[in-house]
Design a protein around this ligand. Structure first.
Ligand code: ATP
Length: 233
């Protein structure tokens, strides 16, 4: 479904990605792991067309994303839940969700307001509240709900559990497990290695802008040396 080859990216003169390679098959849950500043967010931004200085080949469902604008990329079915959530604070929960639906692709079993509210009952209760009146956990649920409203073929989450209390984090993980069971393809960036090992099929460890290891959960779970070396676990 997604294939990234030899991806490089620059911030001005400073190179952040040095030939990133990754792929995701339909229905898979895949992670990007690695310490701070290694290039995970940059990889996602480059895929989404949010970085001007990039090169390499990015294919998604038969389309070359590296030739398209970020708007068109989103329309092809990549739904990003960005770091820091970035919901509209002055719109209500409902308005945040409806606004996202304007940019949706046509797909079977589309996400509706009702389906998002069934998925996140708390958003249903808070639907008339402003984005700025929500707790951190509720904002995160809204950010995920908003991405789902675009009917993504691939959902991408960048640090979705950061700064949340343990119970709320667990709610987010449980929501992702449920999405996985429903066949949703997901790319996740997060620092919680234990939760990622339980959720995902495969992992890429990123170090200084390139992939230094990739493999399935079972292999990574058993390799504590690898975890210690690259993830600081
Ligand atoms: P984190 O978990 O801290 O978000 P990350 O693995 O996602 O880490 P990136 O944010 O992709 O890392 O950063 C990769 C490199 O690019 C780092 O060296 C970082 O300092 C640099 N970088 C990121 N954003 C910018 C920017 N807007 N301008 C210049 N350099 C940047």
């Amino acid at each position: 479904m997604l294939k990234v080859r030899d991806l490089t990216a620059f911030y001005g003169a400073s190179q952040a990605l040095f030939g990133m390679e990754l792929s995701i098959e339909a229905g898979e849950v895949v992670t990007l792991m690695g310490r701070n500043g290694m290039g995970k967010t940059t990889t996602v931004h480059a895929i989404m067309g949010l970085l001007p200085g990039r090169s390499g080949a990015i294919e998604f469902d038969g389309h070359r994303l590296d030739l398209l604008s970020s708007f068109r990329i989103a329309r092809l079915g990549l739904g990003l839940v960005p770091e820091g959530r970035q919901i509209f604070p002055n719109l209500s929960v409902r308005e945040n969700l409806v606004a996202a639906a304007a940019n949706r692709g046509r797909r079977p079993q589309p996400w509706t307001l009702e389906r998002v509210f069934e998925f996140f009952p708390r958003l249903a209760e808070r639907q008339r509240n402003g984005g700025n009146q929500l707790s951190g956990g509720e904002q995160q649920m809204l950010a995920i709900g908003r991405a789902l409203m675009t009917n993504p073929k691939l959902l991408i989450l960048d640090e979705a559990t950061e700064g949340l209390a343990p119970l709320i984090r667990e709610e987010i993980w449980s929501c992702l497990r449920r999405l996985k069971r429903e066949g949703q393809s997901i790319l996740v960036i997060d620092k919680n290695v234990g939760a990622l090992l339980g959720l995902a099929d495969r992992h890429y460890i990123v170090e200084k802008g390139r992939v230094v290891w990739s493999g399935p959960s079972q292999t990574l779970a058993q390799d504590t040396t690898l975890q210690h070396r690259y993830l600081g676990v």
